[in-house]
Design a protein around this ligand. Sequence first.
Ligand code: F6R
Length: 605
Amino acid sequence: MCGIVAYVGPKDAASILLEGLQRLEYRGYDSAGLAVVNAKSLKTRKVKGRVADLAAAVPAKFKGTSGIGHTRWATHGAPSDVNAHPHLDQEQRVAVVHNGIIENADELRRRLEGEGVKFESETDSEVLSQLVGRMVKETDSLREAVSRALKSVVGTYGIAVIDAQRPGEIVVARNGSPIVLGLGEKEMFAASDVAALIRYTRQVVHLEDGELAVIKADGFNTFTSDARETAKEPFTVDWDAGHYDNGGYEHYLLKEISEQPDTVARTLRGRIDDRFHIAHLGGLNMDARETRSFRRVKIIGCGSAYYSGQMGAQLIEELARIPADAEPASEFRYRSPVVEPDTLYVAISQSGETYDTLAAVQELKRKGGRVLGIVNTVGSAIARETDGGIYLHAGPEVSVASTKAFTSTAVAFALLALHLGRVRDLSPADGRRICEGLRRLPEQIKEILTLEDRIRDLAKKYADSPGMMFVGRVRGYPVAREGAQKLKEISYVHAEAYPASELKHGPLALISPELPTVAIVPDDELLDKNLTTLGEIRARHGRILMVGHRTSEAADDCIVVPKNEVELDPILLTIPLQLFAYHAAVALERDVDRPRNLAKSVTVE
Ligand code: F6R
């Protein structure tokens, strides 16, 4: 993995591929490469480093009207020029770019080497180019050659393949790793992410797992793995190239944090019913009787999506009084979960392509579970696999660390909880209270954003700590977990989140002047208990940064945010922690938008 782009049409392929690769840079990568077909031969350039390094390595005379490009995030073999994609077969006729993991690569490599094939790289992906290279000699169809090669492969892939003998044709295939086709005027594109195509077209077609497509300048055809042609309806992406610009901000992350008054308003738009104080969620595809029939809610997602799910579980229990809990999708899928007909499953994903979450959804569906998706990317794999759901409408999230998708997911859960609550026992008065609270969120987020200068100073003050503890109780605990996640992933400062109530059962031993604590202290029924915890930390000479609705002498520093309804306060309390992590990362001169070792969307196991 990480990013694929392909082009066939009348224009200069190399410059379109380089532009597309630039648009994929946000996903994180360590090397880049491209190949074009020219006069029945392949031209290839690959470099360890940035897309700008690749552009500098591509000579002016690198003409071709079809080609493929890739940004690689190393899985098999270290980042290097040779391990970068595209990979060729040994006769240099076929070139392949691949996202995903070939699980039986070692076995295939041994078999091919036994047949005299010489490998260039250490990657699992090269077995694909070598296999297609062998098959392409046995058939006069590139699609057939790719299809035959894929029959011996176990694993996940999104691939694009070109053949020097067929200049006007590209074959792409998907199994677990996204591929989207972009339909232009007498030109066609394919990519792993619409970001790479959006400057050229907004008409797209998503491939399903097991599908292949042949793309030519004048159109495309899609097939199942057993060569049956499939019918696909293109749809129009409602994001445009402007959504992918940094809007004059120094980093995408700051842009995305700052966008939250708008993105939260978009998640809410048209979904609050003032007459019955309920949420309109047409995408759930469930009538009131069905909505009432669930006895449990189980939420799955990975990383920050999972933490937003914890916030969601809390909201559902409080407002709808249905037992709810969240679990990492990556764990859920491996433990043979008991799937019950009266449980509503909810899968969360910004990208809609996270492999662990997708695999968990597929497992649930196999076992007859009813699964909703809370997803940002329209038409993505998880959106397609689920029985219904809620789109976030937060616009594309470019920075690797999730911010606006997190808050919009929490808001979507508040809407879902309101909806589930109002078809059960939540009173109209409480329904109205929540509707009014939701409406106040965008303005209150604006108010929090005005605290940025103060938060920057605090971030500078604490950034050189060797580590930080984050604590919160009940509603505050998911806030603490997400705050620790943001800090560790973009600033590389060790950060650990604990329920405040658990501190005295172990981690209190860590508290010292060297390990400051960020304490989430909302004004709710647990305020006194939280203040007692601050006292315990202080008695061990721990420094405290308190985030809440008031100041306290028990803390060294306080960030005070506007108060909403107790159930909705966690959403607002998250935002200063995003700014804190951002400014800590800037103070430490980190690569804020592309933190080391991380990719934006994890489409491998
Ligand atoms: C953290 C972060 C990740 C993602 C996770 C799930 O800032 O971005 O933890 O939340 O990889 O990604 P999606 O939501 O695309 O499924």
